[in-house]
Design a binder for this molecule. Structure first.
Ligand code: PHE
Length: 455
């Protein structure tokens, strides 16, 4: 107990709004933008997906970032503690914990993808730019099981080392240089991609909404991606909010984080989707490649540049940093929640996370290889954990936050918290979306995910 109190007093502070925006952007920009967004956009209707995503982001996403950050700052606690502060009964317990458990379930399979990034970086360093661009290369890697597992273990070890050795700040400092470079390089590659012969079809597919491509799965996928990419509905922003002072303008910083995060996702989409049309003739199979898309398509783009090795090394190195900072923020939140709430030592909390990582991560690594006959609800392990967290648990976590505000905290206290440092121009919209859209959306999403599983 004493320890927890000490921790609470030691709760750090970001240096003003810029520090906060950079920290949240560091957590937000990661695999979600470069690996997950392009493959979902390609799979679930291109421009239609993009449109739904953008609408959800400026409405529901905005509401969620503002709410979670404000609740974190109001209570100075992580999600479990924040829910507790407003009530001690079971629903409050569950509401807090569902937020807190999600990062613990994401970080293992996130590290498996992080391992893929490491593997590609390694191959580029060895000068295999042409080899990795060959058809079937990714498939032979992903089905190898042991190799996937080893790269996963290396990535996971890196994340643990950074956290245990206390060099987190060092990594974040490096990534502040890497991130702008990543954006710059991504912009160059995007320009290259969209100017290839045949790419126009891909640009159209990605940017122009076509009603024929609409399905409820588009909405479900876009919603899950919005949560994932902006790091919302998983307790993270409660924790970050608890670190900011009363002077930080939550409304303004939310807008900046959203622009930043979406900008990187758009660039990644432009790098990859038009390239599917230019280099693979826009065939349906590649468009539907799912989690493999980024890893199949980018090497083809790099190889065609003639300077594939250099670009590949640079790109995958920066990509690795983006993935690392996000994985660190996922693991750090998991450990500190366990530490705060169970009053275990940090070492013991890390040990528990090692076990969770090994179990879920190994299942995800082997799921495409030796365990590919084992399916849950028709999905491989990695796809299943991704689906479970994004399409089922996050909507429930978001709903819990909405209910907490609507039923317990009330708009008055929320407004007062936000207005301390912002003129809160979008107050009416905030109330509107929180009251109607949020709950309605969440229920629709849940129903359609369930329907999707049953059908
Ligand atoms: N938003 C990160 C991404 O897009 C993933 C993440 C989620 C990181 C939650 C930290 C916390 O990759």
């Amino acid at each position: 107990k004493k320890h927890a109190e000490n921790l609470l007093h030691a709760r750090g502070k970001f240096s003003g709004r810029i520090g906060y925006v950079l920290a949240v952007a560091g957590s937000a920009v990661g695999l979600g933008n470069i690996w997950r967004f392009p493959y979902l956009a390609a799979k679930y209707g291109g421009g239609m997906f993009l449109l739904v995503y953008l609408i959800l982001m400026v409405t529901f996403g905005y509401v969620m970032i503002v709410s979670e950050t404000a609740l974190g700052r109001m209570t100075k606690k992580s999600p479990v503690g924040a829910f507790h502060k407003f009530g001690k009964s079971l629903p409050f317990h569950l509401g807090g914990w569902i937020n807190a458990v999600i990062p613990m379930m994401i970080v293992p399979y996130y590290s498996v993808i992080g391992g893929w990034v490491l593997k590609y970086l390694f191959e580029y360093i060895r000068g295999n730019a042409n080899l990795v661009a060959q058809d079937g290369y990714f498939n032979s890697f992903i089905t190898s099981s042991m190799e996937v597992e080893i790269w996963f273990l290396i990535f996971a070890a890196l994340v643990f080392i950074v956290i245990l050795a206390g060099v987190k700040n060092g990594v974040e400092r490096v990534s502040k240089v890497m991130m702008p470079l990543l954006i710059l390089l991504a912009a160059c590659v995007a320009v290259y991609s969209i100017t290839r012969p045949g790419a126009v079809e891909g640009i159209k597919y990605f940017l122009i909404p076509n009603l024929e491509n609409f399905s409820w799965m588009t909405v479900v996928a876009a919603m899950g991606q919005m949560f994932y990419s902006l790091s919302i509905a998983m307790g993270i922003l409660y924790t970050y909010g608890s670190y900011i002072g009363k002077d930080v303008d939550i409304e303004k910083s939310t807008t900046q984080v959203e622009i930043f995060d979406t900008g990187v996702a758009l660039l990644a989409g432009l790098m990859i989707i038009p390239a599917v049309f230019a280099f693979s003739g826009g065939d349906m199979e590649t468009l539907q490649a799912g989690p493999a898309l980024t890893f199949i398509t980018l090497p083809k783009v790099f190889a065609s540049m003639g300077v594939g090795t250099i670009v590949g090394i640079a790109f995958f190195l920066m990509f690795l940093f983006a993935a690392l900072t996000s994985a660190i923020s996922l693991l750090e939140t998991s450990v500190s929640t366990l530490n705060d709430e169970l009053h275990w030592s940090r070492g013991k909390c890390c040990l528990l996370m090692v076990v969770v990582m090994l179990v879920i991560g190994t299942a995800s690594s082997f799921g495409y290889g030796i365990w590919d006959s084992v399916k849950i609800l028709g999905m491989q392990f990695l796809d299943f954990f991704d689906f479970l967290t994004n399409s089922v648990m996050m909507p429930i976590a978001a709903l819990a936050t909405c209910i907490l505000i609507l039923k317990v905290v009330g708009f008055k206290r929320m407004d007062a918290e936000i207005e301390q440092s912002s003129d809160f121009k979008r107050k009416k919209l905030y109330h509107f979306f929180l009251k109607y859209l949020a709950s309605a959306c969440v229920i629709i999403i849940l129903l359609s995910s369930i329907a999707n599983v049953l059908g």
